[in-house]
Design a protein around this ligand. Structure first.
Ligand SMILES: [Ca+2]
Ligand SMILES: [Ca+2]
Length: 177
C-alpha cells in the first residue's frame, strides 16, 4: 500500500514537471478540404479551451490544420484558458496575417494583473513562429483578432499548484503514519 502511494506521488511530481504541450488543431484535420471550415465559437484541446466573440474556422491551406478567426469587418477577441483553471506559461505560437501590424497578446494572472507580449505580424500571409517570453504564470491569454491564422500554441503548465497539492498530500500522509 505504501509503495503504491509512493509510486503515485512520484508520478504526480514528475507529471507536475511535464514539458510543454502543443495545441495544433490536428483533431480538426479529418476532412482533407481546402478553404475555411466554420465550426463555432469554441475549441478544446489538451485541457485548454479557446473561445471567441466571433466565429472560428479551420483551414489546411498551410499544410496542417490551423485556426482562422472569422471576424468580418469587426474585431473579434480570442481567449485561451486551461479548463481546470490552473496556471500556465505560453511560450510560442504561429501566426499569419494578410496585413502588416502589431499584435498585443494580453495574459491575465490569478490576481487579475496583466502581462503583455507585443509581436509584429509581417502581413504576407505566411505562417511565422513567434517566441513569447512575457506570458508567464497566467490563467488566461487573449488578443484582438482580425482574421488571423494561427497554429501550434505551445503551453507549459505551471507546476507550482500541482506540486504544492502533491506536497500537501504527502504532508497529510506523514501525519497519519
Ligand atoms: Ca495537441
Ligand atoms: Ca496544425
Amino acid at each position: 500500500m505504501k509503495e503504491s502511494k509512493a509510486g503515485l506521488l512520484f508520478l504526480l511530481i514528475t507529471s507536475a514537471f511535464a514539458i510543454g504541450q502543443v495545441i495544433d488543431f490536428e483533431s480538426l484535420d479529418d476532412e482533407g478540404l481546402a478553404g475555411n471550415i466554420y465550426f463555432g465559437s469554441s475549441y478544446s484541446e489538451d485541457g485548454f479551451e479557446l473561445t471567441t466573440t466571433e466565429e472560428f474556422a479551420y483551414t489546411t491551406l498551410y499544410g496542417s490544420a490551423s485556426l482562422v478567426l472569422h471576424s468580418g469587418p469587426d474585431i473579434g477577441t480570442v481567449t485561451i484558458t486551461q479548463e481546470n483553471g490552473e496556471i500556465f506559461d505560453m511560450v510560442s505560437m504561429d501566426f499569419a496575417s494578410g496585413s502588416s501590424q502589431n499584435l498585443t497578446l494580453i495574459g491575465t494572472r490569478i490576481d487579475n494583473s496583466t502581462v503583455e507580449q507585443l509581436i509584429s505580424l509581417e502581413g504576407n500571409w505566411l505562417i511565422d513562429s513567434y517566441t513569447l517570453t512575457n506570458l508567464t504564470d497566467i490563467v488566461s491569454v487573449g488578443w484582438e483578432d482580425r482574421d488571423f491564422v494561427f497554429d501550434n500554441i505551445t503551453i507549459v503548465p505551471e507546476p507550482t499548484t500541482l506540486l504544492l497539492f502533491t506536497l500537501g498530500i504527502f504532508g497529510i500522509q506523514r501525519l497519519n503514519v
